[in-house]
Design a protein around this ligand. Sequence first.
Ligand SMILES: [Zn+2]
Ligand SMILES: [Zn+2]
Length: 434
Amino acid sequence: MENRQKNYGSVHDTKASMMYNRFLKQYNEWLSGGPIPDTGNQDIKYFLSQQRKRLEKRGLHRDSSIELRGLLASAGAIPPKVGKKYTNVTEFRTAQRNTTYSRGGRIIGKFRKKEILYQTITFANEATVDGTEPCTCPSCGAVSQIKALFEGCPYCHTRFLMQDLYPKVANFYSIEDLSYSKEEIKRTLTPWCGGGAVIFTVFMLAYLAWERAKTGDPLTLYSMICPLIGYPVIGAFGGYMLFALKTLGYIFWRAMQSLGLLFATSGSKNRLIRFMKNYEPDFGYENFANQVIALAKNIIFSEPGEDLSIIRGPWDGESFQNITDIVYRGAMSVGNCWQEGPYVYADIDLYFCDTYDRGSSMKEKNDRIRMIVGKNIQIPQDPGYSIHQVSCESCGASFDAMKIRHCPYCKREYDMRDHAWTVMKIRKTGGKPS
Ligand SMILES: [Zn+2]
Ligand SMILES: [Zn+2]
């Protein structure tokens, strides 16, 4: 990973940390039924409303919370992606997520997960943003130019300041985390050691009493002094050893699981970087990953048959309908990369842990999502790009292109490949390699 330690000297870092925490707080409120976070941009708002719709449609109730775990080596950032008008900063922290699903008042699934929560925050570069850029109105969601929003949104008449529009969280996702913090070790270890001490001491005292009963000596206080001092220590140590063995076993099991992923993904990262550097000298793998994860998530939470601009070919929407949550497993593999005219294409596999609604229970399963993604390499990409706030190349009108493929004013087709990675094909295969 091209992660770096946080550089606290940078203005973006401090502001990004503040945004990170504000979004996390609002996201938590959203998880327990609260409003959609206003620190998120339109992409986030859209995705979260799609996810909530999915739960409602399936008659599921979800109680969920996410808390920072405060690991020492737990915070960081990915090198910022600086564009002409916008800059993207990605930050991450370790967190704990607890989720309970219920249907009709009956609990059908409980999940506890340690994860690393990533957020990408988009800043507007004040020197180059001139007000003509499209932007979604934070209160009504209609798309206008930034300067129109300063004077009052043409649709809902709310006036905004620049700080209402940017920075905004543009993307977030989680990766499973297997590490323990000091506090977590203490908390987990205490019952093991305490239990070991109590069980071993009681057992040994019972044994001693039985031994002495055989010879006719009653159990005296004096005979118990040494055992009472020594056995708890031995028992606690035994508990500790058992805990260590159990943890090692778990880590080994997880390591074996991810070995397959490692083989599937090794080398492909560098292949993609080498290929893309021919076209984009500042190509960033993490930013690419951010974009394709967001694409996959948005398609998975769409209704089948929706006419989305983020996907150009036919797709089997039904196969995603009983998925209620997806967690990126931190692994992506890249197959073929090729160029056709002004477009480049790549075969990619994303590895997700998906939560499935099985009617009377919820189940987690590892899935592989295969996609072909493509984009126009002759048009430089803007880090502030959002499918929800585009402007038409022929008439200049601003609109939300997520579900409108043709400009509502001049009917020109909007091809998202000209601005960002776009999905050409998507399908789900079994969890191999898991
Ligand atoms: Zn408005
Ligand atoms: Zn137009």
